[in-house]
Write a protein that binds this ligand. Structure first.
Ligand code: SF4
Ligand code: SF4
Ligand code: SF4
Length: 843
């Protein structure tokens, strides 16, 4: 190439083209042409450039190595001028320049070029132009980056939330599958039930891959335009697939995509190309390639994608219910996270609570578990997390209910008023109980001459047994024992301000039932051996004993510890309340979605329509109640709730016994103890029926016979259960089936007390007169209401027959097996029921 050709080329192909002819000629004359092979360095950063280089042919790359950031390389094409600025400004080279392939380079040695520059000052302007061009380029790049950031920012996933927790084989396999998917750039489908944090698994794949420095964006398919315009862009407007480059695109909730988008997605996966969306009237744009990696998450596999086998990795995330062994670790992990974010100490979860979590199916998976723990931490207020503070949303067993509070607004008004139960308790029951106890000690000691004894044995026992199927444990809301307990608590706190002891929940759960069973046994023996029914002062002692328990435990512990765990009457009430046709519960949906204060449980100041209360006195949460045992119907929660979540439901009687209740051994023992108590009360009839002398006048023999009577129903039931197990290997355990006897126990107890009630309760007026020393004439004039023996027998018979069939029905419901499989248990019912028929009605 001669000089004039070089001048022309410089003019046309380089930034020097604006120089004068003379200057270009001087440059062209100084050029030495060199052929340089691929991958040779022609200049080194931070050193003086040896010459000016003009790339005539081939490719160069300039770069600067940096210890603090990634090296950024620029590719240079023919016409590029290297080290012009450095030579004109006498600086060291900013970048290293190497050949990318075999190149033809025109070189002007440093001294010669400096001489030309001195001769032609216009060369200084060339450098200004070069700098201006570079600046323009940099600005364009910056603007592009800025636009890209703006486009991607709403969708960016900055980091992984968490790893896969657990050691089960499911957790291990999931980790392996995620690792495998991270090792290449193939498309991935992650599917599984809601709440499994599938997007987090997608993030684990991206951030575990070699593309981790590229962006990860997540698009929720349910919010995307049906034609996918955000993704594919429009003519003249890039979409996310353009912006993301080699990053990862996560299509979240793929099950929500439109059929239109589904087709485009199939094309995208099949061809590796997409077509921007054309507006109406615009020509169809050309298809474009994309570099991004695709990860999709879905609740199900889309048939079309599966059919075309377009996905490289398909990962199924196992639901939490099949990973029960991971629940402990997962719960512990969430607890650490949640307590850390609140800046509080991590509470312990009791083994029972953990078992309860493991027994639950978690339809909402991790999300539900996390919410459950979050609520539990709020509710527990720093205490250990017991099973009471875990309650789940969505209970399919809550059918067949009518909320009486909605049906009868006046009932709601009454139960939220100060009348229930405080004004009744402190205005009436408190005083009446004191009178009853004084009369029991001070007045004549037999039932026909002491109205308090009549009230206790003839009225109270009959009425409370009748009340159980209708109002459950309502007695406990107006119970005088506890009113004195509450009063003692208030006075003691006033006299000695202090913090009452928290409950030892674990031990109480474990031993409370056995304590009250033991105490009830002793009371029954005491009643039988010392004839409490007809000895007023001893009956008074019995009432005082229970009141003393309530008072002592109320002075020591917060709220009503005695009522929750230890009271024998409360134990009986809780057991029979399971048969009730009403229940108090809260709507779990409202509680979990709208409540943050849990005032029903914790108490607190007035909020909205929720009144100021001290919270549930027996530490029950109305949304977590699984049976009626732990609710005394005090309505504190109804008053406290600001969200109208609490319901008083009418329901099929006893439905919880075959749906939600928790059986326990101590409660089953109490059940048979109450059964045995009827045989105990009927020992004289046993003697009469069998024509034997049980020597009940001998204390020792009487004690032994009484204990045998108490154990008799349990022995018969266990014997027949063993026969049942022999005949039916798949039968339910005794612990569950034993509750089938409950209606019969209530029925026979009522049949027993009906006699006393219907013959003596109606004599209350003459008995009251006798109590206060009324003379025989006056007593004879007072009205009485006594049922005819035939009426009593009829009512007892109806009660026995009705309760027998209720027991058969309940046993069937609990067992969920054909009747022939349960014949031995039904036979035991027949034996015990007919035995009591003979003792109560025939004898
Ligand atoms: S549990 Fe016992 S003391 Fe408490 S309210 Fe009920 S009967 Fe009364
Ligand atoms: S019952 Fe009311 S106060 Fe209690 S958790 Fe539910 S909404 Fe909250
Ligand atoms: S759940 Fe409600 S009604 Fe039942 S005991 Fe607790 S506060 Fe009273």
């Amino acid at each position: 190439m001669d000089v004039s050709e070089r001048v022309n080329w410089l003019k046309l192909s380089t930034e020097l083209g604006r120089l004068s002819e003379k200057a270009l000629l001087a440059i062209a004359q100084s050029i030495q042409e060199q052929e340089i092979q691929e991958n040779r360095r022609i200049g080194l950063e931070d050193t003086q450039p040896a010459a000016l280089y003009i790339l005539y042919n081939g490719h160069l790359e300039s770069y600067r190595t940096s210890k603090t950031s990634a090296a950024k390389a620029t590719s240079l094409l023919p016409g590029a001028i290297v080290y012009l600025k450095e030579l004109l400004l006498d600086e060291v080279a900013e970048e290293t320049v190497i050949t990318l392939d075999d190149c033809t380079i025109w070189t002007i040695p440093r001294e010669e070029f400096i001489a030309i520059a001195q001769q032609f000052p216009e060369l200084g302007q060339a450098i200004s132009r070069q700098l201006a061009t570079q600046l323009e380029q940099a600005e364009a790049e910056l603007a592009y980056e800025r636009e890209k950031q703006i486009a991607l920012r709403p969708y960016l996933v900055p980091k992984v939330k968490r790893g896969i927790v657990g050691t089960s084989r499911y957790a291990t396999r999931l980790r392996q599958e995620i690792k495998k998917a991270s090792s290449d750039r193939g498309s991935v489908l992650i599917f599984g039930e809601p709440g499994l944090e599938k997007d987090n698994s997608a993030a684990l794949i991206h951030f575990g891959s070699s593309d981790r420095k590229e962006p990860l964006i997540k698009i929720n398919c349910n919010t995307m335009q049906p034609n996918g315009a955000e993704l594919f862009g429009r003519v003249g407007k890039p979409g996310l697939l353009d912006w993301i480059g080699r990053g990862t695109l996560m299509l979240n909730n793929l099950e929500d995509i439109s059929p239109e988008f589904e087709e485009k997605l199939v094309q995208l996966l099949k061809t590796g190309q997409f077509t921007p969306i054309a507006r109406e009237g615009e020509p169809e744009p050309e298809p474009r390639s994309y570099e991004a990696r695709l990860i999709m998450t879905s609740e199900k596999v889309l048939p079309q994608l599966e059919k075309c086998k377009l996905i490289t990795h398909v990962i199924k995330v196992p639901p939490l219910r099949v990973r029960k062994s991971d629940i402990a670790l997962q719960a512990d992990y969430y607890l650490s996270l949640l307590t850390k974010s609140r800046g509080i100490a991590k509470p312990k979860i009791t083994p029972e609570a953990l078992r309860r979590l493991q027994g639950y199916d978690f339809p909402g998976n991790y999300v539900e578990l996390e919410n459950l723990l979050n609520r539990a931490i709020t509710q527990a207020e720093g205490r250990e997390l017991t099973e009471e503070v875990f309650w789940s949303a969505g209970d399919k067993n809550r059918r067949f209910r009518v909320n009486l509070l909605n049906a009868y607004p006046k009932l709601r008004q009454f139960l939220r008023s100060s009348w229930w139960p405080d004004r009744i308790n402190y205005g009436f029951t408190l005083g009446l109980f004191a009178v009853v106890v004084v009369v029991l000690f001070a007045a004549p000691q037999t039932r026909d001459r002491n109205f308090a004894l009549n009230l206790f044995w003839a009225w109270w026992w009959m009425l409370i047994l009748i009340s159980f199927p209708f109002v459950g444990r309502l007695w406990c809301a107006i119970c005088p024992f506890m009113i004195y307990g509450e009063l003692a608590q208030k006075i003691s706190l006033w006299l000695f301000p202090r913090k009452l002891q928290p409950w030892a929940r674990q031990s109480a759960e474990k031993w409370g039932g056995w304590f009250l069973f033991g105490l009830f046994t002793l009371i029954l023996l005491w009643e039988e051996l010392w004839n409490l029914e007809n000895t007023a002062y001893l009956s008074g002692c019995l009432l005082l004993l229970i009141t003393a328990g309530a008072v002592i435990f109320s002075v020591l512990f917060e709220r009503r510890f005695w009522c929750r765990y230890l009271c024998p009457i409360g134990g009986m009430n809780g057991l029979f309340a399971k048969l009730s046709m009403i229940e108090l519960r809260a709507q779990q949906g409202i509680c979990s979605a709208t409540c943050t204060t849990y005032q029903c449980y914790k108490g607190g100041p007035q909020k909205g329509e929720g009144m100021e209360t001290g919270g549930c006195p027996i530490y029950s949460h109305p949304a977590q109640l699984q049976d009626n045992k732990d609710c005394v119907l005090c309505m504190t929660c109804l008053k406290a709730c600001p969200h109208r979540s609490v319901e008083l439901n009418l329901r099929p009687p006893g439905i919880e016994l075959w749906t939600t209740h928790h059986p326990s051994y101590s409660e089953v023992c109490l059940l048979f103890l109450l059964f045995g108590a009827v045989f105990l009360h009927r020992l004289p009839q046993v003697e009469q029926l069998f024509g034997i002398n049980l020597h009940l006048d001998h204390f020792g023999i009487h004690t032994i016979v009484s204990m045998l009577a108490l154990m008799f129903p349990a022995a018969i039931s266990l014997l027949f259960h063993q026969i049942l197990r022999l005949l039916n290997r798949r039968s339910r355990p005794f612990l569950e089936l034993a509750y089938g006897y409950l209606p019969l126990v209530l029925g026979v107890s009522l049949a027993h007390y009906l006699h006393l009630g219907l013959t003596e309760a109606g004599q209350i007026l003459p008995v009251t007169a006798a109590t206060f020393g009324g003379n025989a004439e006056l007593i004879a004039t007072l009205p009485i209401a006594v049922a005819h023996p035939a009426v009593i027998e009829f009512l007892q018979a109806v009660t026995l027959i009705g309760s027998f069939w209720c027991s058969v029905f309940l046993t069937q419901k609990i067992a969920r097996q054909p009747i022939q499989n349960l014949l031995p248990q039904h036979f035991a019912l027949v034996i015990l029921g007919s035995g009591l028929w003979k003792l109560i009605i025939v004898s």
